[in-house]
Structure formats: structure tokens, C-alpha cells
Design a protein around this ligand. Structure first.
Ligand SMILES: *Cc1c(COP(=O)(O)O)cnc(C)c1O
Length: 226
């Protein structure tokens, strides 16, 4: 068993445990393996241990890996900041985008998604801790953003993604996720079934507050050396 296979198994165990603690259905939370900066061989090891969904933040790097890994049935998620001039390649080469932080980006992804592919799954990024340095819609802007993006063709609005300010205390980690989960649930839109919440440091808190996808890099692949 490789180190990555062992780490994968321990993260999946942690996810199942957190589901149980939160009285959530078993397997209601999926794992997105965040592989940015990691070499293709690491992704292959995770794949051979059963992982299928991979998250990347840097377009050029992701496209290179997709080429190298074309014979594996991997599902690719884009989770990084998006510049307008990158939307076409993202629309063409990914199944999911978690980091839609402006209407213009959603419109471009919709226009540029090739129609022979299934609709691009998207999540709206919400700046839940209201940090000036972080991108994303505010909670106040969220209802209008959802209404507008829901209507775009060729993309399918699935839910929300958040990266709250890092906290070490479990109870404090839960607060922003709870706020965002409740704000979305209040809109009564069952088609919004995705809460992309939680990373290595706070995945149990995120699962306690409704996460359906946790995005884990460090715990699976080790620290990133940029
Ligand atoms: C890098 C990254 C992650 C993974 O973070 P870890 O702390 O390494 O698990 C998750 N989400 C986003 C958006 C990221 O950019």
C-alpha cells in the first residue's frame, strides 16, 4: 500500500466518522482530492486507491496533468481564482467549477461550454468571512446571484463553495458554514444540492454543518512546496 493510499483511507474514515457524529447519511459527503502543485504520479496513486475526483487551482498545470492522465477516468474540478481570459479553457476541460465569484465569469462559462458536453456543474463562491482579500459574493448578494446564474444555459448551478478564515476551534469553525448553509436552504431550491465546504483543517466542522464535498489537499498529498 502506498503512503497516499493509506492517507486516503484514513481521510475517508474521518469523513465517515464525521457523518456519523453529525447524524448524516453515510456517504452523503464526497471527497475532492486537491492535487494542485502535486505531480501526476501522486494522482495515479490516489486513483489506484479508488479516488476519482480531483481539484486543481492553476489552469496551465491542470491542463498538462489532464494530458498526462488522459487514460484514467478522472473527474476534474476547477477550484482556483478565475481570470476572464481563462474561462474558455476551463469550460472545455473541466466537469465542475467551484470558484465562480462574479456574474461575468458565470456568463462566459455558460457561453463557452461546448454544447456536445454535459452542462458544466458550478458552485458560487461565497466570501463568508467577509474578508477584503478573498473573492466571492457576499451573503447579501447571494440570492440575486443564484437567481441569475440558475438561468444560464450550458451550466448547471449546483450550490456554493466557501473558504472561511482559518480557525482552530471546532465551534468557531462551524459558524460561517452554518450561516451559509442556512442562507441557501432558506431559498428553497432543492436543485442546489452541493455544499463545497471544508479542507484539511476543518473538514469535520464542515460536515457537521452540511458539507457535501470536502476539498482535501495537505492531508492526502502532504504539504505543498510552491
Ligand atoms: C488548496 C485548496 C484546498 C486544499 O487545502 P488543504 O488545506 O491543503 O486541504 C481546498 N480548497 C481550495 C479552494 C484550495 O485552493
Amino acid at each position: 500500500m502506498t503512503l497516499i493510499a493509506r492517507k486516503l483511507s484514513s481521510i475517508l474514515h474521518e469523513i465517515r466518522e464525521a457523518e456519523l457524529q453529525a447524524q448524516r447519511k453515510s456517504h452523503s459527503v464526497g471527497l475532492l482530492a486537491v492535487s494542485k502543485t502535486k505531480p501526476s504520479i501522486d494522482l495515479i496513486q490516489a486513483y489506484q486507491a479508488g479516488q476519482r475526483h480531483f481539484g486543481e487551482s492553476y489552469l496551465q498545470e491542470a491542463l498538462l496533468k489532464q494530458k498526462e492522465l488522459a487514460c484514467y477516468q478522472m473527474t476534474w474540478h476547477f477550484i482556483g481564482p478565475i481570470q476572464s481570459n481563462k474561462t474558455r479553457a476551463i469550460a472545455e476541460h473541466f466537469s465542475w467549477v467551484h470558484s465562480v465569484d462574479r456574474l461575468k465569469i458565470a456568463q462566459r462559462l455558460s457561453e463557452q461550454r461546448p454544447t456536445h458536453l454535459s452542462p458544466l456543474n458550478v458552485c458560487i463562491q461565497v466570501n463568508i468571512s467577509n474578508e477584503a482579500t478573498k473573492s466571492g459574493f457576499s451573503l447579501l448578494e447571494l440570492p440575486d446571484a443564484i437567481a441569475t446564474i440558475s438561468c444560464l444555459p450550458n451550466i448547471k448551478l449546483r450550490g456554493v463553495m466557501a473558504i472561511p478564515r482559518p480557525e482552530t476551534d471546532f465551534a468557531l469553525q462551524r459558524v460561517p458554514y452554518r450561516q451559509l448553509y442556512q442562507a441557501v436552504k432558506a431559498l428553497n431550491k432543492p436543485e442546489l444540492d452541493t455544499f463545497s465546504f471544508g479542507m484539511t483543517g476543518d473538514l469535520a466542522a464542515a460536515i457537521a454543518e452540511g458539507a457535501t464535498i470536502v476539498r482535501v489537499g495537505t492531508a492526502l498529498f502532504g504539504a505543498r512546496g510552491y
